[in-house]
Design a protein around this ligand. Structure first.
Ligand SMILES: Nc1ncnc2c1ncn2[C@@H]1O[C@H](COP(=O)(O)OC(=O)CCCC[C@@H]2CCSS2)[C@@H](O)[C@H]1O
Length: 331
C-alpha cells in the first residue's frame, strides 16, 4: 500500500490534493494518507453552508470554510484533529460496508486500552460519544473513503462554529447529523501526544500491509495548485455551490427594536432570486427599490456592500447602516 504523510495544513490545498490523487489515472493505489487542516469547517458536497455554520463566529475567528467532494455533514478541523484517506479500487467485497477502514483505528486505540466502536453510519464512538465521522465517494471503479479523528481538538470552538440560529430554512440540502462528541485524549490513561498517535497508527497500518512512501512530482504539485485556484479557494464552490433554498429570519436594527422579517430565496449559485423585508419599512416605496436592487446578487458580503454603496442607500434611507443590513441578510 502507498502511504502519504501530507504535511500541509492548508484546507484548500489538502482537498485539492485528495481530488487530484483520486482522479489521477496514473497514480498508484491503494493509497493511505494522513493529514490535518488548521482551523477549518468542511461542509459536505450537497450542503447549504448558510444552514450549517455560525457565519459570524466563523468570520470573526478567521476560520476557513471549504466544501468537499464527498456527501454527508459538516465537521470542524483544527490541529487537534487528524484526517485519514483511503483511495483504492472498488472490489466487490466492499459493497456499502466501509467499516473495514475503521479497523486500524480501533486497533490503535485498543493498544492503549480504549474501546471504540463503529456505528451503522460509520461514525466511530467511545462510550457512545462520537470522535470520528466518515464519508466516501466513488468514480471510475475507485473509491475514496475518508474520516476525521478528534484527538485533542477545541470542542468548545467546534460547538460555537457549528451552532446555528433558529432561522427557518427550506431546501433540498443534506442536513448534518449532530452528535455528542469527545476527544480521544480524554480516554487515555497515559500521556500520549498527537505525534505518538500518528506514529502508532502508521505502525498498525504497516503491520497490516507494507507501506511504500508516495512521492509527488513538481508537475503533480502544480496541477494541485491549479485545482486550488480554480475550485477550492473559490467562493463559487465553497459557498455558492449549495442547492437552492429559502430562508425566513427575524432581526432588529441596532437603533430600532421593531423586528424586521427577512425572506430570501437563493438559487443554486448562491444568488438572490427574491428578497422581502417586512416590519418597520412596510409600505415604503424605497424598500421595494432595495429589494429590486438586491435581486440576482451573490450572497457575499463584498458584493452586497458594493451594491448598497452603488445605489447610495444611505441618502434615501438614512436610518439604515449598510454594514448592518448586509450582516442581517447574511448572518
Ligand atoms: N472533526 C470531527 N470529528 C467527528 N465529529 C465531528 C467533527 N466535527 C464535528 N463533528 C460532529 O459531527 C456532526 C456532523 O456529523 P455528520 O454525520 O452529519 O457528518 C460527518 O460526520 C461528515 C464526516 C466527513 C469527514 C471528512 C473527512 C476528511 S474531510 S471531512 C457535527 O454536527 C458534530 O456533532
Amino acid at each position: 500500500m502507498y502511504f502519504y504523510r501530507n504535511q500541509s495544513t492548508n484546507p484548500y490545498f489538502n482537498l485539492a490534493l485528495e481530488e487530484y490523487l483520486f482522479m489521477h489515472e496514473q497514480l498508484k493505489m491503494p493509497l493511505f494518507m494522513l493529514w490535518q487542516n488548521d482551523n477549518t469547517i468542511v461542509v459536505g458536497r450537497n450542503q447549504n453552508v448558510m444552514e450549517e455554520i455560525n457565519l459570524q463566529f466563523v468570520n470573526d475567528m478567521n476560520t476557513k470554510v471549504v466544501r468537499r467532494n464527498t456527501g454527508g455533514g459538516t465537521v470542524y478541523h483544527d490541529l487537534g484533529n487528524v484526517n485519514y484517506t483511503f483511495i483504492q479500487e472498488k472490489d466487490s467485497s466492499i459493497g456499502m460496508d466501509f467499516s473495514q477502514f475503521s479497523v486500524p483505528i480501533i486497533k490503535t486505540l485498543q493498544k492503549w486500552g480504549v474501546k471504540a466502536e463503529c456505528t451503522k453510519r460509520n461514525d466511530l464512538r467511545i462510550n457512545d460519544f462520537k470522535f470520528s465521522g466518515t464519508a466516501q465517494t466513488e468514480k471510475k471503479g475507485r473509491i475514496l473513503h475518508h474520516g476525521t479523528l478528534l484527538f485533542n481538538s477545541d470542542l468548545n470552538f467546534l460547538r460555537a462554529a457549528l451552532r446555528t440560529k433558529n432561522d427557518k430554512f427550506q431546501s433540498k440540502s443534506i442536513q448534518s447529523v449532530r452528535s455528542s462528541i469527545t476527544n480521544i485524549s480524554e480516554h487515555l490513561s497515559e500521556k500520549i501526544s498527537i505525534d505518538d498517535f500518528f506514529n502508532e497508527l502508521i505502525n498498525v497500518m504497516q503491520a497490516e500491509a507494507s507501506l511504500e512512501s508516495l512521492l509527488l512530482s513538481e508537475r503533480d504539485l502544480s496541477e494541485i495548485n491549479k485545482l486550488v485556484q480554480d475550485k477550492y479557494q473559490k467562493w463559487e464552490w465553497n459557498y455558492g455551490h449549495s442547492p437552492g433554498y429559502q430562508v425566513e429570519k427575524v432581526r432588529c436594527l441596532s437603533n430600532d427594536s421593531n423586528p424586521i422579517k427577512i425572506k430570501i430565496d437563493v438559487n443554486r449559485h448562491g444568488r438572490i432570486n427574491t428578497i422581502q423585508f417586512e416590519g418597520p419599512f412596510n409600505g415604503r416605496i424605497q424598500i421595494q427599490d432595495l429589494e429590486n436592487i438586491l435581486k440576482n446578487k451573490e450572497m457575499k458580503s463584498a458584493v452586497l456592500l458594493e451594491t448598497l454603496s452603488f445605489c447610495n442607500i444611505n441618502n434615501f434611507m438614512p436610518e439604515i447602516n449598510s454594514n448592518e443590513l448586509v450582516e442581517m441578510i447574511l448572518n
